[in-house]
Ligand binder design. Structure first.
Ligand code: SF4
Ligand code: SF4
Length: 142
């Protein structure tokens, strides 16, 4: 579907355009607050044995029964996601990185585009030129 491919390219460019802002101004808010749901192979990429032991001891990794998923809470003594270092994701290029990490803060949902309102880059209108491009393709911003 060419329209989707175009939208994915715009979304990738938009996410890339904020990388300096993410590191230097936002200080990786999305990797430090809240939680993430991941599968075992993703969890293994995100954490070392030592860090995982710390998180397990603190109760900040919970296995969700029968789902094959784990919830990792970012309010922990490591200061956020175990893969975060100096406000950068250490597994950024790893294909096993959780899908949501690749997508956040822009989600393509059918004919609609959702950009997280919690993301300071969005709050600071950093995506304005890209929103116009999505709209030109026929996407609705929700
Ligand atoms: S919350 Fe938004 S601006 Fe902050 S690090 Fe995440 S994507 Fe970047
Ligand atoms: S894996 Fe990387 S992008 Fe995902 S929450 Fe952790 S540090 Fe952030």
């Amino acid at each position: 579907m060419p329209k989707l491919k175009d939208a994915e390219l715009i979304a990738d460019k938009a996410r890339e355009s904020i990388s300096d802002f993410c590191i230097n101004e936002c200080h990786a808010f999305c990797c430090r607050k809240g939680y993430i749901m991941v599968r075992l192979h993703q969890l293994n990429q995100m954490t070392t044995k030592e860090k995982r032991e710390i998180l397990e001891k603190e109760g900040n990794i919970k296995e969700l029964f029968y789902s094959g998923k784990f919830q990792v809470d970012f309010t922990n003594s490591l200061g956020g996601c175990p893969a975060l270092k100096d406000n950068k994701c250490t597994i950024h290029k790893n294909p096993e990185r959780p899908e949501v990490c690749h997508e956040f803060p822009i989600f393509i949902l059918g004919d609609k585009i959702k950009i997280s309102k919690k993301c300071p880059a969005n709050q600071n209108n950093k995506f304005y030129p890209f929103i116009k491009q999505f709209q030109e393709l026929g996407y609705e911003l929700i």
